[in-house]
Design a binder for this molecule. Structure first.
Ligand code: AHM
Length: 323
């Protein structure tokens, strides 16, 4: 099969030079992680470490390795001033002369590592507010998502895919095992309408806000027949399916709370950014994700994301509850 455009050529034509450099560095990091995911045992990266991260979760060896790799490639880019990761409590200054900051979940879907199921990396890029030449500040990272300059994810599944946007459409590349290069697979990605898939941890329905139950009931009793439930348990895997096949992914707020489980800065905002650039929508139930003003580095957020029609349907139920 003929290969599509390669990543370097694509970035050269479509992105500013310094952003292209940063995306290229992140892409190189994802190649290392793709290799690590497929060679866990040989690289001694299976199982967990004896530490918990800032979220109170046990750190897997692959989580730690992924964080080290992504921090290194961001530093090596020369254009990345600062780094916020799920695995670090605080922000890190990498290059005081850099213009951008990166928020990242280096290894999303950790519970899938030991069962050889899909995992991924999610990242977003902002322009710093603090002056070039100084250390980065928390304010650099606590900017609303509509200020995002670029965002994306890598999926380490049966293929390794890189999906990103630099603000002009969402684009998808596959990693070739022939030459370890990324090649474009779709000219521009649009979430297909009419998708009949909903994706959430249905076992948690009793814990979620009541809108989630109403929405699921609506999906199951749909006049054209029940929607299918698909849930991989890694946001990257579930969102990749949503991009290709349509439908909606949900991690709603818990009952009596506004927040869900997923992290605003390095899970919800980047996915919302690429979803909007692919013609979809992302809300927390009542508000557009990209309009939320973050207040904490590791803030959690509810998310309903995917095809416009289905996100709007959820919003309709939420508004009816709120009245
Ligand atoms: P992680 O950052 O520990 O990997 O957790 C994030 C993951 C998401 O990828 C996924 O959508 C969600 O947690 C699954 O949570 P649950 O097991 O509650 O369904």
């Amino acid at each position: 099969m003929q290969k599509g455009r390669d990543l370097a050529g694509f970035l050269h034509e479509t992105a500013a030079a310094d952003i292209a450099k940063l995306i290229t560095s992140i892409a190189e990091g994802t190649k290392e992680l793709s290799h690590a995911v497929r060679n866990l045992g040989a690289m001694g990266l299976g199982g967990s470490m004896d530490v918990t991260n800032v979220q109170g979760e046990t750190v897997q060896k692959l989580d730690d390795h992924s964080n080290n790799v992504m921090m290194r490639v961001c530093k090596d880019s020369g254009t990345c001033a600062g780094y916020l990761s799920e695995e670090n409590e605080d922000i890190v200054t990498l290059n005081t002369g850099g213009k951008y900051i990166v928020s990242i979940d280096p290894l999303d879907g950790s519970s899938n590592i030991d069962i050889a199921a899909p995992v991924g990396t999610i990242f977003s890029v902002l322009e710093r507010i603090s002056p070039v030449g100084s250390d980065v500040t928390r304010e650099d990272f606590l900017q609303p998502g509509y200020k995002t300059v670029a965002a994306g994810y890598a999926l380490y599944g049966s293929s390794t895919m890189l999906v990103f946007s630099t603000g002009a459409g969402t684009h998808i590349f596959a990693l070739s095992t022939d030459d370890n290069g990324y090649y474009q697979t779709h000219l521009r990605m649009f979430i297909p309408g009419g998708g009949r898939i909903y994706s959430l941890n249905q076992g948690n329905l009793g814990k979620f806000e009541s809108t989630a139950q109403q929405f699921v009931d609506w999906c199951i009793a749909h006049e054209k027949g029940p929607y299918s439930l698909r849930y991989i348990g890694s946001m990257v895997g579930d969102m990749h399916r949503t991009f290709i096949k349509g439908g909606v992914f949900l991690y709603p707020a818990a009952k009596g709370e506004k927040r869900g489980k997923l992290r605003l800065l390095y899970e919800c905002i980047p996915m919302a950014f690429i979803t909007e650039h692919a013609g979809g929508r992302a809300i927390n139930g009542s508000q557009r994700i990209l309009d939320i003003q973050p207040t904490e580095l590791h803030e959690r957020c509810a998310i309903i994301i995917g095809c416009k029609d289905l996100v709007s349907k959820y919003e309709e139920f939420a508004q009816a509850v709120a009245v």
